[in-house]
Design a protein around this ligand. Sequence first.
Ligand code: SF4
Length: 677
Amino acid sequence: METGGRRTVRTMCPMNCHPTLCGMLVDVEDGRLLDVRGDPDNPDSQGFLCIRGHASREIIGNPRRLLHPLVRDARGRDAWRPVSWESALDLIAERMQRAGREAVATWSGHGLFANNYGTRVGSHLLRRFSNLYGCQWWSPTIICWGLGAFGLGLTGILETNTKEDMGRHAELVLLWGANLASQPNTARHLVAARRRGARVVTIDVRHTEAAAQSDDVLLLRPGTDAALALGMMHVIVREGLHDRAFVHAHTVGFDALAAHLDAHTPAWAASITGLAAERIAALARTYATTRPAMILVGGSSMHKGANGWQGGRAIACLPALTGNLGMAGGGLGPRHGSATHGQALASIVAQERRPPGHYVPNQMARIAEALVERVRVLLLFGTDLVSSFADVGHVEAGLARQDLIVTHDLFMNDTTRRFADVALPATAWLEELGCKSTNTHLYLMPPVLEPSGEARSATWVMRELARRLGLTEFYPWTSDEGPLDAILDHPATGYATVGALRAEGGMRALRISHVAYPDHRFDTPSGKVEFYSERALRLGLPALPVHEDLPASRYPLAFRQGRTLTHFHGFYDHGRALPSLAAADPEPVVWIAPADAAARGIADGAAVRLENERGELRARAHVTSRIPAGTVWMRDGWDGLNRLTSGRAVIPDEAVDLFAFSAGQAAFDASVEIRPA
Ligand code: SF4
């Protein structure tokens, strides 16, 4: 679209709140960005653009942007000096070679996916680079949704139905740890479902944005989701509300599960979750007798806890028990990181080219150890590592021991400021070619503006390093379109190419099913839903879903973290670099129940200190009845927040790569005390 010198270009919002990814129109004139707005023709978002999406306007021309490669000779001082790309890249390559490939590690965050969430070309290229070079590479899913999906996968339900299917067909929707702040586009379809008469129930640890859209809200104690699901299953089986034909045809281990459920009465579940037994039984009956019923499982926050995978595993049994799978309006609904039936891409990671070596597993606790003991050069792409790893006090000790830390990002973040030796300026979403995928569509993101200053894309940086390291096969393509075309070369995309997408106006529907598992072939060795899992047993895990109490603590308040509408991921220095988001969310705020606040002499708005055996964090108290006594909650990402959380491994090292994603997340649990500051 072009009028005079002014152009309107179709792209996507550069945040990654999958399953929400919103279409964006940008107005540019003479190489300048004039405006961003929602794209009414985007079939996923239909013109919607949230406060975060509008804030992306503030990336371009932002005085805090990194515009030149920077180097400093001593950490801890703000003594950065600009250097040429040549000398920065020569320095990095020379240190990598000096350290030896197994002492070099790459790690990336959502900043690397800002232009390619869903197609993952940035992540594929970084993994390809790491495979060909033979250095450490760790999967970013361990920071996010991998642990919860591990539990879902053990039961065998990884595919999700779409939000459109939910809106059209679901009669009951359980938002189980799923918050609309994380996936705003789901709200439109939730409203459509309610308009048809569907009932919506929120299950969470606090009254979320989703709770406002719900007919009923159940607030449970953190880390007790598996207990609630087990209590519900007890009622369903004891009252004969399960779907016998489905269970017989499509599941294994029902008899063992039924016997196992004997002890998991609603009264037992009530004592664990803090919910009334009658409410647990009523929810079970409603779920079992309403068809179709869909469960939206939280993508990330819900799984920031050692019990997150057990929650996912037990919840995934519910649709199988009630025959709510492979049908419109049933199963599991949109979830961060999940795929629809048929959604897939080709791979360019060259896994088969990875040389033998001593590789640290995709396990956060092992990575933290390796940073202390073995890794000496760390290349970070689009991530604020110190804000995202658990027990960051331990991680910081490892970072301090590195010979060289390099960050590639749009802005300085806490990791860069405190630990980096080299800061490389990254291109923004309008300054490079990108392509995103939702659960249903592909969207092209063409380059619109010239790179600011000397900013360069991550792909360019990797190519330059590969050239210096002699990795001649890293980039066999002749343009930026090459790796994207290679990844899109799959039946699910209709063998899309960048050229074809461009010709089609920048969008294409994927060849997927809106209903997960239409063939009733599930993601398990048996091909059936596995209530009882031999695979789990072989990994040293319980064969049946269980609830396990979290370790006892002398700190009385269960601390949880999550999302808000004004913040998502570590992007843009956690939003602090974007004035509108920084103003909306100026300081750490902790939610605390009136009874807990009164017992501690804490008034609403008071300065407080959260503390436990690992560290402390200053915050402001938000005294609210929207959270039950005993639980406290804070938006994630604040510097120092993860000094409070546990970095212990949750599942065995042998289990972390059981699926195509990695699940080696640390526990992230924290019990705290809060006192007036
Ligand atoms: S919901 Fe997410 S993708 Fe959509 S506009 Fe907001 S930040 Fe961007």
